[in-house]
Ligand binder design. Structure first.
Ligand SMILES: Nc1nc2c(ncn2[C@@H]2O[C@H](COP(=O)(O)OP(=O)(O)OP(=O)(O)O)[C@@H](O)[C@H]2O)c(=O)[nH]1
Ligand SMILES: [Mg+2]
Ligand SMILES: [Zn+2]
Length: 341
């Protein structure tokens, strides 16, 4: 069952834009796009939005005044967005690129989003028009966090993008030891790769898998997202940092999202590290559908709908007691359930 997305954010998305982008009026009607150029957003650093056209021309684009968008979510602009721009002939922005104004943002296809918490929570679109999400994790430094991975898997399913799990830094641990933690995910038919970017283990297979896909790379800080980008391009494009250099806890090295095209083979999007991952747009009562191994028991629960927490005659709970559902997965379910309103 697919769950209807909850676009509560819509009510405050029309006139006000979060983050540092200044106030603009968002309209939905069609407009005359004569004289505009189609392009795609490949980098956003605070107010600076870089757009690349089909002819591979790059512009520094601004959002101002009235903009047309059919996206019913609260991130006005995201990396991967298809846009129409009007070039401001002869004007150059801070990036050194010619300036342009974004006139229209096309309707997004698949996105990967999270809940941005704060005074007024909203749907933060991490990337749009993607096909896959690579959940990058590491064996150690930092140690993988399966509860966080479970959250990201729910979000991937909710957004209809195929997740893959990639475990980096297998040079730091015995392979057999790490593999068993991820066996379960293979049973869910989620591709799992074990790699070491530094020791170049497992990369060919991974990069072959990525061909013809648009993948957003997500994961905790320090797992090696930017190291992967640098490896692909054979140069230090993205800054990386030694784990031992992390004096201030929680700070991440990459602070903006950027899309890279790799040799016309695939596209990959680097993102800032994630510490907590909130799920946006999911009803508590629908969470059970995002735990595929619960499904065969779900329909048999005495009460419908069943939260599988306190109801008598709950078959999911029985399955847990019988060892047919992993306690760790049930714990993830509880954690996420509690976090949803
Ligand atoms: N041992 C080992 N270390 C690695 C490997 N890949 C990356 N690292 C190291 O991990 C550290 C962090 O890597 P980054 O690429 O900066 O991590 P990131 O995921 O981009 O982090 P944020 O930008 O903060 O989200 C660097 O010191 C890398 O050298 C690997 O395969 N093995
Ligand atoms: Mg990084
Ligand atoms: Zn139940």
């Amino acid at each position: 069952m697919k769950v209807k997305r909850d676009f509560e954010s819509e009510k405050h998305s029309s006139f006000k834009q979060r983050s540092n982008i200044k106030r603009v009026l968002v309209k939905k009607n069609e407009i005359d796009l004569a004289g505009t150029i189609a392009g795609r957003v490949f980098l956003i650093i605070s107010n600076t939005i870089l757009v690349k056209t089909i002819d591979k021309l790059e512009f520094e684009a601004k959002i101002s005044g009235v903009i047309y968008s059919e996206n019913e979510s609260s991130s006005l602009i995201a990396v991967g967005d298809n846009v129409s721009i009007r070039v401001q002939e002869g004007q150059v922005g801070e990036s050194g690129l010619e300036l342009a104004t974004i006139i229209k943002i096309e309707k997004r296809d698949r996105i990967f989003a999270r809940k941005a918490s704060g005074y007024e929570p909203f749907e933060h679109v991490l990337a749009s028009n993607i096909t896959n999400v690579m959940i990058l994790t590491s064996t150690l430094e930092p140690t993988f966090n399966l509860r966080l991975i479970d959250r990201m898997l729910v979000a991937a399913e909710l957004n209809n993008v195929q997740p893959i799990i990639c475990v980096n830094k297998i040079d730091l641990i015995e392979r057999a030891e790490i593999e068993e933690y991820f066996e379960f995910y293979k049973s869910l038919k989620i591709p799992v790769f074990f790699i070491s970017i530094e020791n170049e283990i497992g990369l060919d297979e991974l990069f072959t898998f990525l061909e013809n896909k648009i993948t957003v790379l997500i994961g905790q800080s320090g797992v090696g997202k930017s190291t992967m980008i640098n490896f692909l391009f054979g140069e230090e494009i993205q800054k990386t940092r030694e784990i031992s250099d992390w004096s201030s806890k929680g700070k991440h090295t990459t602070s903006f999202t950027r899309l890279f095209s790799y040799n016309n083979k695939f596209e990959i999007i680097d993102t800032p590290g994630i510490k907590e991952f909130g799920i946006w747009g999911l009803d508590k009562s629908d969470l059970t559908f995002y735990f595929p191994e619960f499904l065969e028991f779900n329909d048999e629960c005495k009460f419908q709908p069943c939260s599988h927490i306190h109801e008598p005659g709950c078959k999911v709970f029985e399955a847990l007691e019988e060892g047919r559902i992993l306690p760790e997965r049930y714990q993830s379910y509880l954690n996420i359930y509690d976090s949803l309103d």
